[in-house]
Design a protein around this ligand. Structure first.
Ligand SMILES: *Cc1c(COP(=O)(O)O)cnc(C)c1O
Length: 242
């Protein structure tokens, strides 16, 4: 790892990253898990310079939720060795742009988007060694599916999984979810673990569970999250205007 030198922002990020890493280790131990969840640092609204600082601190996975911002930052950081994960609502007409920089799309919530990503990947992989796109189905954990925080209804997961599985250039990784606002995150992530078990009974390789944000990472780890998406506890609060 590179030292933080005299840059106070790098020192601040290092300190916050260390604190979150400790929380993850404690929760992983408490859950008696031997597999460490993967940390995706969500850098939305923060400048490319912060991604560069995080990379110097050993961060390899970053998350973004808007194509315009992610495309600009990943372009600026072309030589920096990080993987970009797309975690926001995605319009189908942005698929072509997103596959140029993203190693995963975690917010797949409809068949139309699967088809758009498959088409974009066919173009992207034509004559290149471009790896398949890791695909996560975003599932809604709301009682009123999709009402607030996005995602497909649990009943639609299997149709989406089949579609991804049968498309070229797409790899079915598993599920992504956001805990409903104001509800018990443990209950939500327990429900997600159940949906994941059903998915794996048909698609054994689709083992990923992307769950857990700054406020609820412990609950997510307890219920089997394999990927955590942590923003504000590492980067600080987001500027109001991005
Ligand atoms: C912003 C965001 C996160 C990170 O949330 P924090 O509370 O800042 O840790 C995680 N997942 C998604 C889908 C997000 O949009």
């Amino acid at each position: 790892m590179t030292s933080s030198g005299n840059d106070p922002r790098t020192a601040e990020l290092a300190e916050r990253l260390a604190a979150v890493t400790l929380r993850i280790e404690a929760a992983t131990a408490a859950a008696q898990r031997t597999d460490a969840p993967r940390l995706i640092v969500v850098t939305k609204f923060h400048p490319a310079a912060d991604v560069r600082r995080l990379a110097s601190l050993g961060v390899v996975d970053v998350g973004e939720n808007r194509d315009q911002e992610a495309a600009a930052k990943s372009g600026e950081l072309a030589g920096v060795d990080v993987r970009w994960h797309f975690i926001g609502q995605l319009q189908s007409n942005k698929a072509k742009s997103v596959v140029k920089y993203a190693s995963s799309v975690q917010s797949i919530d409809r068949v139309q988007l699967v088809d758009a990503l498959a088409k974009a990947m066919a173009r992207e992989q034509d004559g290149t060694g471009r790896a398949d796109l890791d695909c996560f189905i975003q599932v809604s954990l709301e009682d009123d599916a999709g009402a607030h925080r996005g995602g497909a209804s649990p009943a639609d997961v299997e149709v989406l999984a089949e579609r991804i599985q049968s498309a070229g250039g797409l790899q079915l990784s598993g599920l992504m979810a956001v805990a409903p606002l104001g509800a018990d995150p443990e209950a939500a992530f327990e429900k997600l673990a159940g949906i994941s078990a059903s998915l794996r009974s048909v698609h054994p390789a689709a083992t990923a569970i992307s769950a857990g944000m700054s406020q609820d990472l412990e609950a997510a780890i307890k219920f089997g999250a394999t990927h955590l998406r942590i923003g504000s506890d590492i980067l600080g609060s987001r500027p109001a205007v991005g």
